[in-house]
Design a protein around this ligand. Sequence first.
Ligand code: PLP
Ligand code: SF4
Length: 335
Amino acid sequence: MVPRRTGACQSERWRREQVAAFDRVDELLAFLGLDRAQIPDLDADPETFGLKVPRPFAECMRRNDPKDPLLRQVLPLAAEQQRVAGYVEDPVADATAERVPGLLVKYAGRALLMATGACAIHCRYCFRRHFPYQNFGPSQARLERALEDIAGNTQLSEVILSGGDPLMLSDERLEALIERLDGLAHLKRLRLHSRLPVVLPSRLTDRLGTILTRGRLPSTLVIHANHPHELSEAVRSALLDWRAAGVTLLNQSVLLRGVNDRIETQVELSERLFACGVLPYYLHGLDPVAGSAHFQVSDAEARGLLEGMRARLPGYLVPRLVREIPGAHSKRPLE
Ligand SMILES: *Cc1c(COP(=O)(O)O)cnc(C)c1O
Ligand code: SF4
């Protein structure tokens, strides 16, 4: 890659920005020119899964708009405390697909490794918001066990680094992990699922891009953007650099009421992704995780939305509308 800035200061910058994330509701509201009275449904101090919002993401929000689609994704609301039938703590049955702690194998040939429990942002609709990350034990020992299991499972051709968010790991730890995977001859592909490229684009350092492209395994980065406003110029420029370096870029998003449930928004998201060198991959129906029912969009509406997108976009800019059904052999088309 063509270095844009010196490595050392690049790698410090994302950590600094990560530490400086908003973690108090009042602070975020003040930054946006809002006050509590404008958000009657606010839960300013949730007992678990508190507010966490990196500043670059907050800067993409509209000021003085309590209904901003980015704000809605991160602002804790009282509605989360309501119990709704069918909304549970482990909606995708991760606990039963775990081979060793943090290694999920649900689909043929692919293993998903929760490289770390940490995330740079707390999305209120997250299907892992109740996941017992703290039970992972010391992470190096856990990763070793997972690597051993992957090494012994020659059915696998792809490892997906996920989390939490795998890009919360340092470059050094990622480098060591990727080198180990690179050495396993039965693997053909490496994939990362991360929201950091969107919420903290400074994480896409040249050094990390080099780590991902110099090994044997072709790398795919699946980012997570739900709304076109999330894809700032800083995000675009970082993604285009990585694409030029040879990383395949895809996006997955979650269909969310009040965030991206209009055809125009979805069309704009696909167009903006393309401008960032990214193709839409999955549009996920919301997993029924406890606390997220207010984000649900009905299947009928979801299908209508997709039809509307098909009528306006080339086929390669229409994501696959899917839902995760516990026990199924793949994500299931919601059509
Ligand atoms: C979603 C998921 C995958 C990836 O599925 P693809 O259809 O290959 O994108 C792999 N493993 C687990 C456990 C998953 O939840
Ligand atoms: S970034 Fe992903 S894993 Fe982290 S809180 Fe958001 S949806 Fe959940």
